[in-house]
Design a protein around this ligand. Structure first.
Ligand code: NAD
Ligand code: ZN
Length: 360
């Protein structure tokens, strides 16, 4: 299945399906990345043993000059140190402005390799080969970057890929918890923009959790389509793109308050979406949304209550620091119903406290 993302005066395809790597040379050539151009495949130490060869072999057979660089698996690799090491490898490999970077992995590899491509010789082309469900989100939209010891995603650039090629067969080896976390973002896309998709996710949760390739393809295409539509209308995050942050104001606060150790990002966002659904009901933007939100997320094995003893004061402080917040005012993305949300400024603190109480 192919989906076209249009951004300003250019566009790129998102291809989702089974057994796609065999066709990688053909897809690259459609994007004018030919065997005349060197390729650096960036991947991580968990992905390389499973899929490194599956990507390299067809490229080498098609006559590409290609090298693979492996970073340690995990968030810690989204660092300036790893970036610098990759730049060195790229220089030594003789990469020039016509060369391209292929990011084979989850969001960590995608963000790191995308940023490498954004800054290497002031920008070269790159291709996303996502291998986690969460990466259906991170590979679309052009945000790339690394972390700084003082803050996540503090150093980065907007750089759009030439192509996103999502081979769903790779999801077969993804750890269960990572799969569920990816579904949190798929469900988020449904809840902000597509009620039918939310019902479909409720109906098909068993087959999706069994990793049926046809259904996974469908879920990823629909999730990517929503992300792509929102991004296309607001590439540089001036307004509309904020709706993609549904569940994230509370979710980010939960992650930060627990030092990013208690929950995965998707799990924190799942609790955050329930909290923000409750908040929507309290503020009056929506009626009867939190029950369905909770049920749907729970079907995917995601946490839906706040069962950690965190102080409301700390969470409120973190939420005031949210990127959407201005002048210490609380800003939330709140549901208006299933499949539709709005950005609400100036939400009262006592209402947020009540939502947190009901989330426990
Ligand atoms: P990840 O890339 O660390 O992958 C999760 C784990 O699964 C890793 O240990 C990885 O080695 C392993 N793995 C990956 N694919 C596998 C496979 N097919 N089989 C077996 N193991 C596999 O994490 P993630 O959840 O994909 O991404 C998280 C990152 O994405 C964060 O850094 C976050 O900031 C970023 N992100 C970026 C955007 C964006 O718009 N750029 C959006 C959301 C998240
Ligand atoms: Zn997220």
């Amino acid at each position: 299945r192919t989906l076209e993302v249009a951004l300003g005066d250019r566009s790129y395809p998102i291809v989702v399906g089974s057994g796609l790597y065999a066709d990688l040379p053909r897809w690259l050539q459609l994007r004018h990345i030919t065997p005349a151009h060197s390729l650096l495949v960036v991947t991580d130490s968990s992905v390389a043993p499973h899929y490194g060869k599956r990507v390299l072999t067809p490229l080498e057979s098609a006559g590409y000059r290609v090298q693979m660089s492996v970073v340690p698996a995990g968030e810690a690799s989204k660092s300036l140190d790893q970036l610098s090491r990759l730049v060195e490898e790229a220089i030594r490999f003789g990469m020039d402005r016509d060369s391209a970077v292929l990011a084979l992995g989850g969001g960590v590899v995608g963000d790191l390799a995308g940023f490498l491509a954004a800054v290497y010789m002031r920008g070269i082309r790159f291709v996303q080969l996502p291998t986690t469900l969460l990466a259906h989100d991170s590979s679309v939209g052009g945000k790339t970057g690394v972390n700084h010891p003082l803050g996540k995603n503090m150093i980065g650039a907007f750089h759009q890929p030439e192509l996103v090629l999502f081979d769903v067969d790779t999801l077969a080896t993804l750890p269960e918890r990572e799969l569920a976390s990816g579904f949190a973002e798929v469900i988020k896309h449904a809840l902000i923009a597509d009620a039918d998709f939310a019902m479909w996710l409720e109906q098909h949760h068993e087959a999706l959790l069994r990793r049926d390739p046809t259904l996974l393809t469908e879920a990823i295409v629909r999730g990517c389509a929503i992300k792509a539509q929102v991004v296309a209308r607001d590439e540089r995050e001036s307004g509309l793109r904020a709706i993609l942050n549904y569940g994230h104001t509370i979710g980010h606060a939960l992650e930060a308050a627990t030092g990013y150790r208690r929950w995965t990002h998707g799990e924190a966002v799942a609790i955050g979406m329930v909290g923000e659904a409750i908040l929507g009901e309290l503020v009056g933007t929506a009626r009867d949304v939190s029950g369905f939100t909770r049920r749907l997320l729970a079907l995917y094995g995601l946490p839906v209550t706040l069962d950690e003893p965190l102080s409301d004061e700390e969470l409120l402080t973190l939420m005031r620091r949210d990127k959407k917040a201005r002048q210490g005012e609380y800003v939330f993305v709140l549901p208006k119903g299933i499949g539709t949300v709005e950005v609400k400024k100036g939400v009262e603190e006592r209402v947020i406290r009540e939502a947190l109480r009901r989330l426990k």
